[in-house]
Design a protein around this ligand. Structure first.
Ligand SMILES: NC(=O)C1=CN([C@@H]2O[C@H](COP(=O)(O)OP(=O)(O)OC[C@H]3O[C@@H](n4cnc5c(N)ncnc54)[C@H](OP(=O)(O)O)[C@@H]3O)[C@@H](O)[C@H]2O)C=CC1
Ligand SMILES: O=C1O[C@H](COP(=O)(O)O)[C@@H](O)[C@H](O)[C@H]1O
Length: 484
């Protein structure tokens, strides 16, 4: 089965920060993949903008190098790469000054769909918005894409929302959370709302608990300065894990449309109960002969920033009262594995007796690697040996479902950038959603800061601090293994 390519309108996409890490690793390779898939209209252009001095030719050469490193596209020929970079322009521009803006305006004068991707540090977001307005580039046809972090607390997020709102309507602002662009995450909605099978059981009457794990093997080297000011709570929980929790917990929206979906997500965030110190565990990775410690990576041995967090959240509403959501994420863990596990309750009565063995149904939604969805179902062990029960997976791996041409699942940025061009905000966060997420997160962080809590050390290549295991053990539950 080959995935369908839905054409988009002609566009000019300006990438502010086109020489930066995100542009090289994600944005430009994703655009190339869409180009190679035939989704970029003939006239569509990508315009890089940054302070670095490039002319068109040197920028194209720079992008070619980035694509060689980061865009592995099956079947792409040298001529495809060349044809793609022929669509690129470059403007040397300072977000804080006047250099380059008239040239950018001239390049954007042709009336195609126009999007500006703010792939620069957040301290420049307001400068960019102001100048887009000043140079007449903020008209209603314009869309802006804003990268994370969107604030570091409620106050800064509100200030940023207000600054953008001075120049753009909310319908023009695309706050990106790349987790929403992941194929499996969108499939979570398809599975929930496209099947009769799950939704009747999707509540605290049938679901014992939910686990969300986003485990990374990488440390914070290279991003230490940013990370040490953020920590796992701000870097991952407030945004990515929160979005996953919303999609699992929300009520069915009336339609798969931006405000219908975002209204439902907002209700979930607003229904989250406060989390006290007994319900979270923070950790920080140590080092060994093969790995630098967190202290080494950030260059500060007094840092109390967490590189791991596990917490138990409750949603106070009819659907979820009594079903805990356990979330954990961390760096330098034993495997890179992200999964949502929906653990159903035991059957109300065991007709087979204790000796037969008993298994719970677990719906596992694997975000990465090996994207797919697996449902653990209890069956009889084959053979004449009596009624022994075993757990077998009903497995839907996306690579298989997509067929030989679709083995590499599209990158989240591919989907999200095309949604910007299509003008579809469904998978982007609205201002009130981001603020509500900070409103829940802030007191948790303020609590540990007031109590001057230091994170617990954990071994590299482990599952995090042992206390994180206890968070579930004391409830008579356990984390699923972090395995690739
Ligand atoms: N890298 C990643 O994996 C991720 C990044 N993000 C977010 O994306 C954004 C970009 O991150 P990243 O690419 O890593 O950052 P980098 O520091 O690698 O790149 C920053 C870019 O901004 C440009 N820039 C800096 N100052 C100015 C200025 N005054 N005027 C115009 N351009 C300027 C730089 O180019 P020059 O010096 O030539 O001007 C460069 O192209 C940040 O908000 C980050 O938080 C979010 C998720 C993941
Ligand atoms: O936004 C971020 O996400 C990455 C993890 O993204 P993934 O798609 O590789 O799961 C994380 O490493 C980074 O710290 C964070 O800023």
């Amino acid at each position: 089965m080959v995935s369908r390519v839905i054409p988009v309108d002609d566009f000019d996409l300006v990438i502010f920060g086109a020489t930066g890490d995100l542009a090289r690793r994600k944005i430009l390779p994703s655009l190339f993949r869409r180009f190679h898939a035939g989704q970029m209209p003939d006239q569509a252009r990508v315009i890089g903008a940054a302070r670095s001095d490039h002319d068109e030719a040197s920028f194209r050469a720079f992008v070619l190098e980035a694509l060689k490193e980061f865009a592995r596209v099956k079947g792409a020929k040298a001529s495809d790469y060349k044809a793609f970079v022929a669509r690129l322009d470059y403007v040397t521009l300072d977000a804080r000054g006047s250099e380059g803006w008239e040239a950018l305006k001239a390049l954007c004068a042709r009336g195609a769909t126009r999007a500006f991707y703010f792939s620069v540090g957040p301290s420049l977001f307001e400068d960019l918005a102001k100048r887009l307005h000043k140079y007449g580039l903020a008209g209603e046809e314009t869309r802006i894409v804003v990268e994370k972090p969107f604030g570091r607390d409620l106050a800064s997020a509100k200030a940023l929302n207000a600054a953008l709102a001075r120049h753009f309507d909310e319908s023009q602002i695309y706050r990106i959370d790349h987790y929403l662009g992941k194929e499996t995450v969108q499939n979570l909605m398809a599975v929930r709302f496209g099947n009769m099978l799950f939704e009747p059981l999707w509540n605290s009457q049938y679901i014992d608990h939910i686990q969300v794990t986003v485990a990374e093997t990488v440390g914070v080297a290279g991003r230490g300065e940013y990370y040490d000011r953020s920590g796992a709570m701000r870097d991952m929980v407030q945004n990515h894990l929160m979005q996953l929790l919303c999609l699992i917990a929300m009520e069915p929206p009336a339609r798969f449309e931006p405000d219908a979906v975002r209204d439902e997500k907002l209700k979930v965030i607003r229904a989250l109960e406060p989390v006290g110190p007994k319900d979270y565990v923070r950790g920080q990775y140590g080092g060994d002969e093969d790995h630098a410690s967190y202290f080494d990576d950030v260059g500060d041995e007094d840092s109390t920033t967490e590189s791991f967090i596990a917490l138990k959240a409750h949603i106070s509403n009819w659907r979820w009262a009594g079903t805990p959501f356990y979330l954990r994420t961390g760096k330098r863990l034993k495997n890179r594995a992200s999964e949502i596990a929906v653990v159903f309750k035991d059957t109300p009565h065991n007709i087979f007796g204790d000796d037969a063995g008993r298994h719970r149904n677990i719906l596992s939604i694997r975000l990465q690697p090996n994207e797919g969805i697996e449902l653990g179902v209890t069956i009889k062990e084959p053979g004449p040996g009596g009624m022994r029960l075993i757990d077998v997976p009903l497995d839907m791996s996306f690579a298989e479902a997509l067929g030989p041409d679709g083995e590499d699942v599209p990158d989240a940025y591919e989907r999200l950038i095309m949604d910007v061009i299509r003008g579809n905000q469904t998978l982007f966060m609205r201002d009130d959603e981001v603020e509500a997420a900070w409103r829940w997160t802030d007191p948790i962080i303020a609590g540990w800061e007031e109590r001057r809590e230091a994170p617990l050390p954990y071994e590299p290549d482990s599952a995090g601090p042992d206390d994180a295991l206890m968070l579930m053990h004391r409830d008579g539950r356990r984390w699923r293994e972090i395995k690739e």
